[in-house]
Design a protein around this ligand. Sequence first.
Ligand code: NDP
Length: 300
Amino acid sequence: MSEARIIDGKAFAADLRGKIAEGVADVRARHALVPGLAVVLVGEDPASQVYVRNKGEQTREAGMHSVTHRLPADTTQDALLRLVDQLNHDPSIHGILVQLPLPAHIDSAAVLAAIDPAKDVDGFHVVNAGRLAVGLPALVPCTPLGCLMLLKDTVGSLRGLHAVVVGRSNIVGKPMAQLLLQADCTVTVAHSRTVDLAETCRRADILVAAVGRPEMVRGDWIKEGAVVIDVGINRVPARDPAAAAAGKTRLVGDVAFEEAKAFAGAITPVPGGVGPMTIACLLLNTLTAACRSRGLELPP
Ligand code: NDP
C-alpha cells in the first residue's frame, strides 16, 4: 500500500488566479471591460470579516474592480434589498456576493432570490441551481466548482467512475453531485439518513466529504486508490493539551487525514486543499459574468 498523493489546492488556486488575472488584463485591453465584484457584509461575524477581506484583496490582485459594503448588524431586510437592487442595476458591477450567514432577523432566501441571476457569482440563486440541473450554462457554486477542477486535474477524465458525495446541502453537496453527473460519473449522494455510510463510501472511486463533522470519514471507509476531496473546515482543540487548555485550536477536515492517506490514491489536505479554490472560483465566476454581460467569449 503506497501513500496518497497530496493534492495541492493552494498551488492550483494560485495558478488559477494567475490565469484569471491574464483574462482580466485581456478583456480590459481589448474590450475596455473591467470585471467588478461587490461583496456585502452585514454584521461583525469575525470569520466573515476575514473571508470578506481576503475576497477584496484577491479581487484587486486579479485586476478587477472591488467594492465592499459593510453594513451594521441591525440593518433591515428592506435596506439590504435596496442595496442589492442598486447593485443589480450598477453597470460597473458584474458579480454580487452577500456574505452568509446573515443576522437572524433577515430572510437569507429572500435576499439571495433578489440578486440578478446573471450577477449571482455564488451560484446560489434558484435560476442558477436549475440551469445547472438541466445542463444549461450557469454560474456554479464556487466550492464544488473548485472541487471539480481539482478532480479533473488529478484524475483526467471522470467518465464512468463511481463518485460518492457525503452531504446534500444546496451550496456544496447537491451542486457537486450535479457537476459529477455532467462529468459522466455514476453518483451516489449520502447524508445523515444514509444506512451504512462506511460501506457506501467504500464503493467510491471519488469520495467528496462535505459534512461539517471533524474527521468523520475514517481511513478504512476509503477504497484503495480512491481520490478523496475533503471540503470540511472544522475547528478543534490543539493537539498539545497545554495549548488546547489555553484555548488554541487547529483546523481539520471531515476526513481523518492521517488514516486516509494510507488508503487513498490522492487526497486534499485541510487546510490547503479545497479552501483556496473557493475564492479563486469566485474570481473566475466574476470574470465569466462580466464576459457574458457583453456577449464575449468566455476565458478558457
Ligand atoms: P451543511 O451543514 O449545510 O450540510 C451538511 C450535510 O452533511 C447535510 O446534508 C447533512 O445531512 C450531512 N450530514 C451531517 N451529519 C452527517 C452524518 N453523521 N452522516 C452523513 N451525513 C451527514 O454543511 P455545508 O454543506 O455548508 O458544509 C459542509 C462542510 O464544508 C462544513 O465543514 C463547511 O465548513 C465546509 N465548507 C467549506 C467550504 C470551503 O471553502 N472549503 C465552503 C463551504 C463549506 P442532512 O441533509 O441529512 O442533514
